[in-house]
Design a binder for this molecule. Structure first.
Ligand code: PEP
Ligand code: MN
Length: 351
């Protein structure tokens, strides 16, 4: 951090700041110029409250050098994080495909979808049993019954499960069934939920908030990491902009930028990012080209009849076509993608 003092700052103000920094076990290096004094701070500047420093007498500017999300940042860990869940890797060279309906509607619907998407290589079954809905009168999911249906479908097709947990009180219940706990966009800044998820070791798929800046997104991830759970997967799902032709705006730049800023795996959701089935395929391919580590895609056997998000759900046939289109794009960016059905998940090691 660099602290620039105001012109003519008296010595006692400079000494006051130096004493404050030393109290925090940081090393202040004052550089006394003709016009003003600059204090360089050596050590972990994140221990300092920049707003507090700015309020100190004679302080002109405070310029942090490090990012505030220490654990999520590439500054701390240059190497990509790879999360291995029962043999399925997320991050690194592999492209991981998660697919399934927006909501778990019936055993037949979820089993049929699982079979269809697993047949062309999807390893992780998505589906909501606890659904956040914009209005209180929409279908909110089958809750535990839905989780049971998902478990059966996933087992039949050798898939893992990603599903949303909306409330900290449901973490234990959802964890009984899920391999990855999804935090929905609307909950990205639910710090009570994030703190509780930090206490578990379950992988968390953290969706970017509707209006979240990248810094806020990575600070939300930091809550889970700082709590002691290193298994965080970021999910870019588009944000709100002034464009209202599509449900959200998918920033391809944000995908590449997030990968620069953080070592965490990044999955893209082209379904919620666009809100239109016809745009899922181009958005998915562009996301892979921009460096995504995988995709989470809404697939429904009969989108017309879907209880939620039918307009952005693709059919199993369209999913298959998309999987084949991904192969050359993945190869161009040096990623591996599998088009064969997943192997039986490996038993987790006893801790
Ligand atoms: C979902 O995945 O079905 C969902 C509700 O997504 P988001 O939280 O990104 O809106
Ligand atoms: Mn949905």
């Amino acid at each position: 951090m660099i602290i620039v003092m105001k012109q003519g700052a008296p010595k006692e103000h400079i000494d006051h700041i130096i004493a404050h920094l030393q109290k925090k076990n940081l090393e202040p290096v004052p550089l006394i110029g003709v016009e003003r004094t600059v204090i360089a701070v050596i050590g972990d500047e994140r221990l300092l409250d920049t707003k507090h420093l700015r309020a100190m007498p004679s302080v002109g500017q405070v310029m942090p050098v490090l990012r505030p999300y220490k654990l999520a940042s590439r500054e701390t860990q240059p190497k990509d994080t790879v999360i291995n869940i029962k043999g399925v890797k997320i991050g690194g060279k592999d492209l991981t495909i998660m697919a399934g309906p927006c909501s778990v509607e019936s055993q037949e619907q979820i089993s049929l979808t699982a079979r269809a998407v697993a047949a062309t290589g999807a390893q992780i079954l998505r589906g909501g049993a606890f659904k956040p809905r914009t209005g209180p009168y929409s279908f909110e999911g089958h809750k535990e019954e839905g989780l049971k249906m998902m478990k059966k479908a996933a087992k039949e097709s050798n898939m893992l499960i990603v599903t949303e947990v909306m409330d900290a009180r449901d973490i234990d219940l959802v964890s009984k069934y899920a391999d990855i706990l999804q935090v929905g966009a609307r909950n990205m800044q639910n710090y009570t939920l994030l703190r509780e998820l930090g206490k578990t070791k379950k992988p968390v798929l953290l969706k970017r908030g509707l209006c979240a800046k990248l810094k806020e997104f990575l600070l939300a991830a930091e809550y889970i990491l700082a709590g002691g759970n290193p298994n965080v997967i970021l999910c870019e799902r588009g944000i709100r902009t002034y464009e209202d032709d599509m449900r959200n705006t998918l920033s391809i730049g944000a995908i590449a930028r997030t990968k620069e800023l953080s070592h965490l795996p990044l999955i893209v959701d082209p379904s919620h990012a666009t809100g239109r089935a016809s745009l899922v395929s181009p958005a998915a391919l562009a996301s892979i080209a921009a460096g995504a580590d995988g995709l989470i895609i809404e697939v429904h056997p009969n989108p017309e009849e879907a209880l939620s998000d039918g307009d952005q759900s693709i059919t199993p046939e369209q999913f298959k076509e998309l999987m084949y289109k991904m192969v050359p794009v993945a190869a161009a960016v040096n990623k591996r993608i599998s088009l064969t059905p997943p192997d039986e998940p490996k038993k987790p090691k006893k801790r």
